[in-house]
Structures are given as C-alpha cells and as structure tokens.
Write a protein that binds this ligand. Structure first.
Ligand code: ATP
Length: 378
C-alpha cells in the first residue's frame, strides 16, 4: 500500500516560490505523471515527497502517516534520477545488490531478489558487465532494478528517460508502464514531455509556476482543459486559441429585423460562431472570450460547405501521416499579427497556398475561456 497525500505544500528558494500551495492525493498503485515546462516545480515537489527537500509549509502523508520529519531512508520510497548514477566500478549484479548489501541483507536473499528483478527487466545476461559496457536503455534498466530490489512502497522518477534516444524512449515508455502494472507500485514520474505524460499516466498533474493547473486522466486534461495554459501545453500542434467577443448579431447587421442569438465574433475576422444556450448561460455577462478548438476537430474542404466559413490557405505542412493546414482568417491592423487556425487533415488533402477553402467544426468540441481568470467555461 502506498497512498501519498500533499496538503498545502509550499517551498521557496529565496524569492522564488518553487511550489505554491500544492494539494494532491495519489492513490495506491497509481501511475501519476507530473508535467509542465522547465522550472514549474516538478522536481522540487518530487524531492519534497522523497524527503530530499523540506517544505516551508504544508504536510506530506504516506499511507496516512505524516512524514515531514522522517529522513529519506525512512520513507521507504525509491528515487530514480535523470542520470542513472550507477557505480562504474561495480558490475550490474553488484549495482543492483548494493541497496540490500547496505542494509546487510542475508546473501541468499540478495541473490534471490536480484534474480527476480533482473528476470523482470530482462537483463539476466549482463550481470557481470560494468556500466561502461551497457547501452543507455540497459543502464536505465539497471537503475530501475536497483530501485526495485528494495521493494519500496513507491517509485519517484525524475525524467528517467531524458538521456535515451527518441526510439528507445518510446520503447521504454511501454516497458516501464508494463512493469509498473506488474509490480503494482505507486509511481510518480516527472517529465516535461506531454506525449510521454499522455501515453503513460493514469492521471496527469499539470504544473505551471509552482501551482497545479489541472489533475485528471489523459483524456480529461486533453479534452476538457480547465485553463488556457493546459489547452496550450497538452497537444501538438496545440489548441487553436483566438480572442473574440460575444455580441448580438443584430448589432453588426442593423438591417436584420428581430435579432438572433448572441454569437461569438472572432476579433479581426469575419468569422462568427453561434453559441448554444448552455454555452451562453455558462459565460454569463462576460463578452471577452478566448475561443479554443483542436486542429483535429476542424473539418476543411476545397468545396463550399453549407454551414462552413470561407477562408484562404496560408501554409501547408506535410508531416507524413497528417497535414497541418494554416487557415488565414484575418489580421490585427495594429500589431500586424495574423489570425490563423491550424487544421489537421488527411495527408492526401493538399490545397495550394492562397487557395480558398471552407471550414467548419463541431460546436460541442469548442472550448471557451475567460481572459480575466483564464479558466474554462464550457
Ligand atoms: P526542470 O523541468 O527544468 O527540471 P522543474 O519543473 O523540475 O524544472 P524545479 O527544479 O522544481 O522545476 O524548480 C522550480 C523553481 O525553483 C525554479 O525556478 C528553480 O530555479 C528553483 N529552484 C529549484 N531548486 C533550487 C535551489 N536549490 N536553489 C534555488 N532555486 C531553486
């Protein structure tokens, strides 16, 4: 059993608030990934859980016990670092056996446990090798083996794959996730790579400037981002975000008698988006809105669409399995900034730059954010 709970954790380094009032509950056997840009406080939070950093405020509980005053060794947690930190003069066997030898475990028990973890990690054939004769992926597995051999309550991993090449990283992701499942060990994994976070996590914790932005399953944080930061951070290309105003359409069309529902007008464009009654009720009185839609939710065609808007193609990026099309909607006359929408399309869809296209999207997939608090409404 290993449940980890953080209550109002704050850590400062001089004027820098590295971790700012973080509250978090990690369940037994859960694989939680901390993700966020460099300097957002991921490592400091992890180090506080491990006991390597004392929080200035707040409490840390492991299995219901407050551990603030416990030394790292007494927390029964294994830390796997970005750098493998293997002993170069020791063989793979001795590197893995090291933590058990340090607590003077009986030799037979050491042999049995090293055999068990090396079988799980499939590194039995290299027990006599020194680290200099191992590949990056093998070293990573030895480092994991050394952490596993103690059978800790939980694993804390700080960018453990950042030194591996891209292909190996992808392989190790699957391997690590399978291993965690098999061991049933609560794991916190730190990365700044959102794809890694999406592919491995049971739940993702997104951090920004020391604070938690959102906690949820990969699907939740991707499909229902609660803040503009999360919307931008998760997904590549990131969500399209365009400022707009909710206005009665009659205000712009004085000749229309009666007047329709308010609609969202995207600034510096002639694009209007009709909002549902539910969306309008959630927005309340706010008329300044940031409109968001993911590139894969935009439908684009060279032929006129009944409901769609007309625009022109600004750029075509052919990425092999998909194309990313930048659609030009308008230009801010004061700043010269272009208002563009990125659409993800089938690779066979290759319009010319400058060509007219029509686009549409499912209103249910649209996210609306309020600029003042930068949180999501719908
Ligand atoms: P990265 O992805 O680059 O490792 P991170 O999200 O893990 O970043 P932290 O290492 O936790 O971020 O750092 C959070 C903030 O605290 C940063 O501004 C960092 O410069 C600062 N910081 C971290 N450790 C120290 C320290 N020992 N002394 C002073 N400032 C520190």
């Amino acid at each position: 059993m290993a449940e980890i709970k953080l209550e109002h954790i704050t850590k400062r380094f001089g004027d820098v608030v590295a971790v700012d009032d973080v509250n978090l509950e990690i369940h037994d056997q859960e694989f939680v990934v901390f993700v966020g840009p460099s300097g957002c406080g991921k490592t400091t939070t992890l180090r506080a859980i491990a006991g390597l950093e004392a929080p200035d405020e707040g409490d840390i509980f492991i299995d219901g016990n407050r551990v603030n005053t416990l030394s790292p060794a007494d927390r029964d947690i294994a830390f796997v670092f970005q750098f493998y930190a293997l002993y170069p003069h020791l063989t793979v066997y001795d590197n893995i056996a090291f933590p058990l030898k340090a607590v003077k475990a009986p030799k037979s028990e050491i042999q049995e446990r090293v055999k068990e973890v090396t079988a799980i990690l499939q590194i039995q054939a290299m027990l006599d090798r020194k680290p200099s004769h191992l590949s990056g992926g093998e070293m990573q597995r030895v480092a994991l083996g050394r952490a596993m051999v103690r059978r800790p309550k939980a694993f804390l991993m700080d960018e453990p794959m950042s030194n591996l090449d891209a292909k190996l990283r992808v392989d190790m992701r699957t391997e690590l996730k399978r291993l965690q499942h098999r061991l049933g060990a609560t794991t916190i994994f730190v990365t700044h790579d959102q794809v890694e976070a999406m592919s491995m996590a049971d739940r993702i914790v997104i951090m920004h400037q020391g604070s938690l932005q959102q906690i949820g399953t990969p699907q939740e944080v991707y499909n229902q981002p609660q803040t503009v930061f999360v919307a931008q951070f998760m997904g590549s290309p990131s969500m399209n975000l365009i400022n707009g105003k909710v206005q009665a359409q009659t205000a712009l069309n004085p000749n229309v008698i009666g007047g329709g529902e308010p609609a969202l007008h995207l600034n510096h464009t002639d694009v209007w988006i009709e909002l549902s009654a539910e969306q309008i009720s959630r927005i309340g009185q706010s008329d300044e809105i940031i409109f968001g839609v993911r590139p894969e939710h935009i439908v684009i065609s060279k032929e006129p669409m009944e409901q769609g808007c007309k625009a022109s193609v600004h750029l075509v990026e052919a990425l092999g399995s998909v194309n990313i099309i930048d659609i030009f909607l308008g230009e801010n006359p004061e700043t010269g900034d272009l208002v563009l929408l990125k659409a993800r399309t089938h690779p066979a869809f290759k319009p010319d730059v400058g060509q007219s296209v029509w686009f549409d999207f499912d209103a249910k997939q649209v996210r609306l954010f309020e600029p003042s608090d930068r949180t999501s409404h719908c």
